[in-house]
Structure formats: C-alpha cells, structure tokens
Design a protein around this ligand. Structure first.
Ligand code: C2E
Ligand code: MG
Ligand code: MG
Ligand code: MG
Length: 288
C-alpha cells in the first residue's frame, strides 16, 4: 500500500520526527509544571544612553531554570508557550518577579518587557498588567512594553485599544525588532509608539555592510522626525557603539555592556554602583 511504501521510504525521517515530538512533549509538560512552580525567571540586559554613557534601565529577558535541563532560552520556550496558550500565565509570572525586583532599584531606572502578539489578543491584558503594578508597587511610568510588528496583524483594533489603556496608565510602548519581518512604514502610524528598536541584524553588521549602515541612518532620522527615539540592540563592541552614537541613536544595548544578568547578579552590580536603596538599618543610622 501507499502507506506502507511511504513508511519504508521515510522510515529514518519518521524516527527523527518521533524523537522531536517526544522532546517537545517533554518540554511542554515541564513547562506546565514549571510555570506555577516559579521556574521562569527574569534576566536583565543593560540599556545605555549613548550620548552620556549612563545606565537608563534594563530589558527583561525571560529564562527557564529547568530542574532537568538547566537554563533554557526563550527561543525554545516562547514559541511553545504561544502554541499551547501558556504564554499569558508565563509572562505574568515572570513580570511579577521583574516588578518586584525593579521597585527596589533607583527610581531613575526603567524596565522594558517583551509582550507576545498572542497576548495582544487578550482583551484583559492591560488590566492584568495594571493589577500586577498595583500588587507589586512598581510605577507604571518606569515600564516600557515591547511589541513587534506582527502584533498588528491579527486584531489591530484590539491591539490599539490595549495599547491605549496601557498608555493612559503612563506605560511607554516600543516597537521591537524594527526592520525585519513585514516591516511597513504604515505600522509606525498604527500605534502611538514612544520608541523604535532597530533589529540586531542591522546593528551587528553596521561596520562591514554599507546597506545596514544606510538603513540604520534612515530609520534613525525617520524616528527623529516622528518623535520616536531609537534604541539599537546587539551592540557587541565599542566601534559599533561609536558609530551608532554618531548616527544619533539615543539608546543602546548588547553584549558590549555585558551578558544578561540574573536577579542576584544584578543586585550586586546595582549595589556596587549605589543604585539600590540602602537597607533600613543603614538609612536610620544616617538620620541620627
Ligand atoms: P528580543 O526582544 O529582540 O531580545 C534581544 C535578544 O538578543 C535577547 O536574546 C538578547 O540576549 C540578545 N542579545 C542582546 N544583545 C546581543 C548582542 O550584542 N549580540 C547578540 N548576538 N545577541 C544579543 P534572548 O534573551 O535569547 O531573547 C530572544 C527573544 O525572546 C527576545 O528577542 C524576545 O523576542 C523573546 N523573549 C524574551 N523574553 C520574553 C518574554 O518575557 N516574553 C516574550 N513574549 N518574549 C520574550
Ligand atoms: Mg525585545
Ligand atoms: Mg529586540
Ligand atoms: Mg531581536
């Protein structure tokens, strides 16, 4: 039969697919337990004011501290969370930890959080985020939400209404990974973005590739005329940083400033720079 013939012909392929399916099922069931168990945690990447070199805040990047697989990348678990409908719970659980961390930092420091296009199909998303802010005591005006252009395709009017509610609370909105995917200049008008993030693929190649440099320059001047300052992601060395500063990008982030840090690692760094409030004992001592 055709089925049997097919089996014989694709026997090796079938085994591989079966293994892949098994791996995927293992990850999925691990995630189902791991989300309520608090295994999904925030890591933090520094964001720098390119003109002054000052730390302005962090982008929060989720990681999975899996008891069996170690530290798992969001490139692995975000797509699965999106397909299975776990993304909402996962995101809120990591965001809660993030806000609890961030409320202790110096108030000059902001945090940017990535939101999946799937989450922008939830009419209660803004209320859920605001509730988290109230419960944790983190200030809305220190929060930036990063969304990608693909968020605008599924249900634009819902996305607009959610973003409107978030902005009414004082939360800022950034357009992430601009320049990749289905980039369209019309998207810049669809939502009142406060900031544009240029995708890493243009930034890392800016010194070798004249087209990349031209694109970064054009996006930066476009952003400037629209009142949307630019963050460049993927700055890996000083030469790239210098070039972006010359072009006029307002903020930058990337491995040049260090790898993303865990809550514990970040606390140490901030304490060294006097960007954490002093413990209660110390401050009452000062008052005496
Ligand atoms: P993204 O939002 O564009 O985040 C930037 C990614 O680039 C991060 O990867 C970061 O570690 C990496 N990166 C930063 N600087 C450099 C650099 O100089 N060189 C290179 N080669 N890479 C750099 P990460 O942490 O693996 O995150 C990947 C993506 O996963 C993120 O891309 C974001 O789309 C998604 N993601 C992460 N956390 C969350 C989350 O909490 N919720 C949702 N929905 N998505 C998330
Ligand atoms: Mg991002
Ligand atoms: Mg990005
Ligand atoms: Mg990116």
């Amino acid at each position: 039969s055709a089925k049997k013939q097919g089996r014989n012909r694709f026997c090796w392929f079938d085994v591989t697919m079966e293994q892949e399916l098994q791996t995927r099922n293992t990850i999925e069931s691990g995630m189902r337990k791991g989300i309520p168990a608090g295994e999904f945690v925030p890591y933090y990447e520094q964001q720098i004011d390119l003109a002054t070199g000052k730390l302005t805040g962090f982008e929060m990047l989720a990681r999975w501290e899996s008891p069996t697989q170690g530290l798992v990348s969001p490139e692995v678990f975000i797509p699965i969370a999106e397909e299975t409908g776990m993304i909402g719970d996962l995101s809120l659980s990591v965001m809660r930890k993030c806000f609890e961390d961030a409320k202790n930092w110096d108030p000059s420091l902001s945090v940017a959080v990535n939101i999946s296009p799937i989450q922008l199909l939830d009419p209660w998303l803004a209320q859920k985020i605001v509730k988290l802010l109230v419960e944790t005591g983190f200030q809305a005006n220190r929060l930036e939400i990063e969304i990608t252009e693909s968020s605008l395709f599924e249900n634009l009017s819902l996305a607009q209404s959610i973003v409107g509610s978030l902005k009414n609370q004082g939360i800022r909105i950034a357009l992430d990974d601009f320049g990749t995917g289905y980039s369209s200049l019309a998207h810049l008008r669809a939502l009142p973005f406060d900031r544009i993030k240029i995708d890493r693929s243009f930034v890392t190649s800016i010194l070798e590739n004249p087209e990349s440099a031209a694109i970064v320059k054009a996006i930066t001047s476009l952003g400037e005329s629209l009142g949307m300052p630019i963050t460049a992601e993927g700055i890996e060395d000083k030469a790239i940083e210098d070039e972006l500063r010359n072009i006029g990008c307002s903020k930058g982030q990337g491995w040049h400033y260090g790898r993303p840090l865990s809550t514990q690692q970040l606390r140490k760094v901030l304490a060294e720079r006097n960007l954490l409030p002093k413990p209660p004992e110390a401050s009452s001592d000062e008052n005496e």
